[in-house]
Design a protein around this ligand. Structure first.
Ligand code: MG
Length: 223
């Protein structure tokens, strides 16, 4: 069973659905040569994709091109359906950092053939996930820094103020079609700078305050 942890609490939540937003930063849409979407684009990963801090990413033999995508994550603490934007943030239990590990070659092939992204995005170990900072400790979730270092060198860096779709908008939109449950997680999309990660690489992701105080962090390696 995959679990989500709230920092400073013994409470754990069983992870249910994992929603991942595609193209939520203009810079990333540009580097993928994709349009900025008019409505949020999202896909699902299974809870079995999760690995915790200190875990190991295993590249399936079908792929020669694993990419990292660092993303701010949202833990849903209260369920809801047809949630209004005004009420959306009341569903959030906490904020963290995660990696949407992607088999880019498998995804490119799927895009070409019009096939689903399930294998490229949802394989075992494709969702490294930090613990979550309780939502009541975050003054503004749309002003948090996120960063990914690979072997000590910064590869991706942005701020959640650069989101195309804000968290309340994402929750309201998704909840029209999917009922949120306690333990659901949203990966909010990656900024520009996605690149290959190869065997032996050490990945360190951080979510920090506007003053650069680290709020949540995650260290994993590629097998
Ligand atoms: Mg992503």
């Amino acid at each position: 069973m995959a679990e989500a942890h709230l920092i400073g609490s013994h409470e754990t939540l069983e992870v249910r659905k994992i929603f991942c937003i595609g193209r939520n930063y203009a810079g990333h849409a540009k580097e993928m040569k994709a349009d900025v979407p008019e409505a949020p684009v999202f896909f699902l990963k299974p809870p079995t994709a999760i690995i915790a801090d200190g875990g190991l990413i295993r590249i399936p033999s079908i792929s020669k091109e694993l990419h990292h995508e660092v993303e701010m994550t949202v833990l849903i603490g209260r369920g809801g359906k047809d949630v209004s934007r005004g009420n959306a943030l009341n569903l959030v239990a906490g904020y963290g950092i995660g990696l949407d590990m992607t088999l880019r070659d498998v995804q490119s092939e799927a895009k070409k053939k019009g096939l689903p992204w399930t294998l490229a995005k949802g394989f075992d170990t494709s969702a490294p996930l930090s613990s979550f900072v309780p939502a009541d400790q975050i003054a503004d979730p749309h002003d948090l820094n996120l960063k990914l270092d690979v072997n000590g060198i910064t590869r991706q860096q942005s701020n959640t103020k650069n989101f195309i779709f804000k968290i309340d908008e994402l929750i309201a939109y998704i909840s029209q079609f999917f009922t949120f449950e306690r333990g659901d997680i949203i990966f909010t999309g990656t900024p520009e700078g996605v690149a290959p990660a190869t065997s032996g690489d050490r990945l360190e992701a951080q979510l920090s305050s506007p003053e650069h105080t680290v709020l949540a962090s995650l260290k994993v390696s590629v097998q």
